[in-house]
Design a protein. Structure first.
Lengths: 114, 112
């Protein structure tokens, strides 16, 4: 099946700094990528939908100026958490859509903000 | 809008016993249905999916699920669980590959 990677898998940063997370589709081209956030013991919450070459569509309640999404190519989308604070600590998961049927999920990135 | 309900947040079961994880959904349109498994500190792995056709879907690791349109359910089953099946299981619904809506998850614990 299609493979999606994320980098880094785990990042620890100081409060106030910015962190970039990469999501790559390794063996297919993804016109659409999705970013999710997962709190401990909870389900995935969709943050935004990213289409290659255009601005991301953010879900209600997600600050677009804080969570910057760039989808510059058909195989790469990035999520930048700007001025991170401890409450931004979470597990961030991306997915990429191939065709019209399903999404393939990355392994996730655990962000810890001190 | 779609929504997914997983009624059981935690399911303990003895090794080699059968298990059923329940999933109900609501939607005004036809949807695709999925079950994912998540091991600690890992991403989601697809177990199985229903897109169309036969309502009984077989997936990996011996899991299967049955789509019941009249009851709007997509319950996951396995006739005999192993210790390695201990994980979090998520049911998801999608309107033809677009936005995914996830249930709150069911934590399956297999007891030796």
């Amino acid at each position: 099946g299609a493979v999606v990677s994320q980098h880094p898998s785990w990042v620890i940063c100081k409060s106030g700094t910015s962190v970039k997370i990469e999501c790559r589709s390794l063996d297919f081209q993804a016109t659409t990528m999705f970013w999710y956030r997962q709190f401990p013991k909870q389900s995935l919450m969709l943050m935004a939908t990213s289409n290659e070459g255009s601005k991301a569509t953010y879900e209600q309640g997600v600050e677009k100026d804080k969570f910057l999404i760039n989808h510059a190519s058909l195989t790469l989308s990035t999520l930048t958490v700007t001025s991170a604070h401890p409450e931004d600590s979470s597990f961030y998961i991306c997915s990429a859509r191939e065709g019209i049927d399903e999404q393939f999920f990355g392994p996730g990135t655990r962000l810890t903000v001190l | 809008a779609q929504s997914v309900t997983q009624l059981d947040s935690q399911v303990p079961v003895f090794e080699e016993a059968p298990v059923e994880l329940r999933c109900n959904y609501s939607s005004s349109v036809s949807v695709y249905l999925f079950w994912y498994v998540q091991y600690p500190n890992q991403g989601l792995q697809l177990l199985l999916k229903y897109l169309s056709g036969s309502t009984l879907v077989k997936g990996i690791n011996g899991f299967e699920a049955e789509f019941n349109k009249s009851q709007t359910s997509f319950h996951l089953r396995k006739p005999s669980v192993h210790i390695s099946d201990t994980a979090e299981y998520f049911c998801a619904v999608s309107e033809h590959g677009n936005q995914f809506y996830f249930g709150t998850g069911t934590s399956l614990t297999v007891i030796p």
